[in-house]
Design a protein around this ligand. Sequence first.
Ligand code: GLN
Length: 473
Amino acid sequence: MSVSSSTWLSIDLIIKGVIDASSTAEANVEKALRLIDEKKEFNAVIASIPERALARAREIDQNIAAGKKPGRLAGVPFIAKDNFLVFGAATTAASNILRGFDAPYQSSAVEKLEAEGAICVAKANLDAFAHGGSTENSDFGTTLNPHDPTRVPGGSSGGSAASVALGLTPFALGTDTGGSCREPASFSGCIGYKPTYGLISRYGVIAMASSTDVVGLLARNSRETALLLDILAGKDVHDSTIVERAESYMITNSAKSLRVGVIKEFMGSGLNDDVRKAIDIGITKIKAAGNEVVEVSMPSLELALAAYYIIVPAEISSNLSRYDGQRFGFSAPDSGGLEQSYMTSRGVGFGAEAKRRIMIGTYVLSSGYYDAYYKKAAKLRTKIIQEFDEVFKNVDILVGPTAPQTAPKIGEFSDDPLSMYLLDIMTVPVNLAGVPAISVPCGMANNMPVGIQMIAPMHKDKELLEFANSFEG
Ligand code: GLN
C-alpha cells in the first residue's frame, strides 16, 4: 500500500488555478468524512467535524459560483492533530485531562489554512500531549499502521501520518518537538516535514516543550508541502517568536547539484540492516542525480538524546502546570479542598508518560540538581548547535535515516520507555538545533516503509524542499 495520491484532486491542479467542477468543496468534504468512517478501525481520527466542515464547504462553493476568487486551497479537506485548537470538535491532546474541552479560539495555523479555503474535517490521534513515538500513549487507544495493523504508525503525530497514508485527506497538520512528524512519516510512508524553529506560528497549539516545538506537516509529496508552507510561514501577531520568511516557498525545480553529507554516527551499528540497505539505495540515487556525497562526523549527536530527555521534560513540567483541575478540562468532583483537588485532578487526568516527564522535569530543575543535569544538558545543546554550524560550512545538506528501524509491533516497547526513547535518536538533534528537516519515503524494509531524513541549515527550508522534490523525481 502506498500513499494514495490518486484519491484526491491534485493540489498541483489547484496551484495552477484549475478547480474541477465535478469536485465541489462539499463533495470533497463528504468524501473525506466517508473515508474517515470507512477506515475507522485504524483509529487515526479522534473526532470528525461534520457540521462545521460541510457548512464551510457550502459557503466556499457558493462564493465560487458567485464569481469570487477562490483561495489557494479552496475545498481541500485536511485533518489537524488534536493538539491544535480547532472549532467544531473538542480539543483533547489525546489526554483524559482535556476530554471535552472546547477551544475558545482557533490556532493560527488552522486560521491561515482556512483563509485559503481549506477545510478541517477531523482531529487526529496522538500520544497524549505529544509525548511519545507510537501513539500508544493516547488515552483514546493506539492508531494502527496503515501498512500492517499489528504495528504502530509512529508518533506522536501517528494519527496525522496514518490519515495521509490512508488517503483520508491530502495532508494533515502535526507538531514536531523531537521528531513527531518525521518519525511517523517514516513508519507510515509519507512526507513528514519539520520547519526551521519559529517559521510557523505556534499560537493555539498545546505546548509540549516551547524551545523545540514546531508546527509540522504530514503530506503526500514535497511539492504540496511547499505550497502549504508558503501559506503557513511567517508573521503572526500572536506569536513573538516568528522568524523572517522567504518570499516564496513554492517549488520551482531549481535544485542545483549540492554537496551532501551522510552523517556517519547515524549509519553505525544501531541501525537495522534492512533499513541501511534502503538508505544506501537512496544515497546512490542522490549521487546519480549529480550531487557530491561525502561522509561527515558529528560526535556530539550521540549525546543529543540524553540532553533532549532532560531539557524537554523540564519544559514539559512547566507547561503542564496549567492543567490544575481548576481552569481547563477535568476537575475531580468532591475532592475536598483546593490542594486535594489539584492532586486528584492531575493524578486521575494525566497518564503515566506525562507523570513520568513531570517528575523528571521537576527533578532536573530542582535546586541542587539544576547544575548537575539541566545546565549540563543546556551546554550540550550549545555544542550540538555549534556542530551543525560547523558541518554546514562544508556541506549544503545532511542525510541519514529518520529512525533506526521500521515501525515496531504494537506493545513491543510500551512497557519499556527507554527503548521507546531510542527511536528518537536521529530526530531529536534537529529540534535541539532548530534546523529544518524532512523525512521522505525511501523504499521498504521487510515490507514496511523507510524514510530518509534530509536536514538543512537554519532558514534553508526552500532549498530543503527543492532537494526533497528532486529526490522524489
Ligand atoms: N518521541 C519524542 C518524545 O517522546 C518526540 C515527541 C514529539 O516530537 N512531540 O519526546
